[in-house]
Design a protein around this ligand. Sequence first.
Ligand code: TTJ
Length: 634
Amino acid sequence: MAATYNENQIQILEGLQAVRKRPGMYIGSTSSKGLHHLVYEIVDNAVDEALAGACDTIIVSIHPDNTISVLDNGRGIPVGIHPQKGISTVEVVFTILHAGGKFGGGGYKVSGGLHGVGASVVNALSEWLVVEVYTEGKIYQERFSRGEVIQPLTVIGSTDKTGTFVHFKPDEEIFEEVIFDFKMLEQRLKETAFLTKALKIQLIDLRENEEKKKVFHYEGGIKEFVGHLNKHKTPIYDEVFYCEGEKDGISVEVAFQHNDAYVENIFSFVNNINTTEGGTHLSGFKTAVTKTLNDYARKMGLLKDADKNLSGEDIREGMTAIVSIKIGEPQFEGQTKTKLGNSEAAGAVQSVFGDQLTYFLEQNPNVGKIVVQKGIMAARARDAARKARDLTRRKSALEGNALPGKLADCSEKDASKCEIYIVEGDSAGGSAKSARSPKTQAILPLRGKILNVEKVRIDKMLENQEIRNMITAFGAGISDDFDISKLRYGKIILMTDADVDGAHIRTLLLTFLYRYFRELIEQDHVYIAQPPLYLVEKNKKKYYVFDDKELEKVLEEIGRTGISRMQRYKGLGEMNPEQLWETTMDPESRVLVKVSIDDAAAADEIFTKLMGDDVEPRRQFINEHAHRVTYLDI
Ligand code: TTJ
């Protein structure tokens, strides 16, 4: 039975009021990240229309006043009265929580929103929002302010087009700062376009004098995505494998290509949502790769009867892959709700992908051969690494002291309270050792440049002393015997000089952590210390300044005359222990930047560009991002 209009009205207002009271519960945070989330929520609605086959173009505009509009050429949100709610469906979509897409009936509707919270949340958090629907020759318009209807759905003109247009201004009472980042939107929209074959997404920035515009349109979908991810790497065969199919109502798409690197790079998606914790679809993919390639290797005589099967890890060495499925009712599990739980997805991927991979290998025997040969090399390296590791373990058991000699450990027994500072160079290490609070802070100095792990296999990597010191100090093992519950520190803090060399060392360290200890980053264990670049002293007052822009500001504020000291720190070693403690290590006053990976595909591109052989993309990238504290801090 339909509730009365008044009852509904009250419920709706209470619902949206709850969103305004606790925005974090609905969009994660009210920082820049949450702000950009609003755009994705709206865009995802239009993408759903594209997935239904009813729209092929989406235009996202950033207006000069930092408002956003999204236009699609779909069928338009239905303007008729919603049978249960007694108001137009348009109004339902923008005022009732969790109403995203469950109307219209017939066929399954996949919802792409990250939290699936939908347009009503965006509406609640907008100072104003205007929606227009173009359908049946008419333009319908409704206006809202902070979730409340200002102007009910009204016909305001005529048109021969169809589609939906949404324009909104994020509420400055809610968000810390309302400024949109073109690059951030670009990254996400590009990824969405890759995942939705043949959908054209335009991003237009109208804020500058000169209009900036990018178009993302990939006829090849995820096949092109894999090509893009391997662009700055060296593929070891020309073809990119691609397949699509459907089983038990689950649609499956897979693409992959191997490159000459030693790590795998697999991204999985469910209904366009990046499943960073993996799940059943990813397991199905891995099972099929391992089985199909081992079968192939035996059939072709590449593995002899006496040989052991290749492990999945070996076959996936250097593999760049995208696994993307669409499923009616996804069950998301895991810490960040990005792990697919539906058991039927494993079988669907295994069957659709396995069959087509077998066929592909028959058609492209060279690819199979190259992959198997790389797998055999990987297996040998892994064997050697395992032996080396066992040897180290036995040796340290004999010596009775497993920890590296250079490590100045802390005394606290509760690992979650402990921190390890990874410091560049012995002299900075010395300062840090005198400065630290020995109960909870451990110091591990590293000598000079550290190994670029992109360039070597795991066995060679484990021969490197600095790498070994870090692994032993962390205490959680690596690859097959990695166990995060054994981690000896709650925070791993990278502390390098505030100069170009320091940035390079930091990048090498992050590359190592990203490629071999991604879980540590994903679970918020990795941080970057922020040592100051300048010390300014005036009237016996000290000002620590972290970059050139801030220096200008400080000098402006305190006045340029009467400054008794102005020191530029060339390295951490130049600071005395007391200064180092005050500015960089004291938990009360320091600034730590948490390393986070929102977008693994983007992070991979960054690492490839920074650590790869191509000089030009690296130079360009560093120029573009020089202003950022850390390029991972998205
Ligand atoms: C629903 O089923 C009947 C036909 O129209 C379907 C629909 O709602 N399509 C639709 C919604 N197209 N575009 C949207 C949409 C676009 C934006 C930019 C924002 C929102 C909230 C919805």
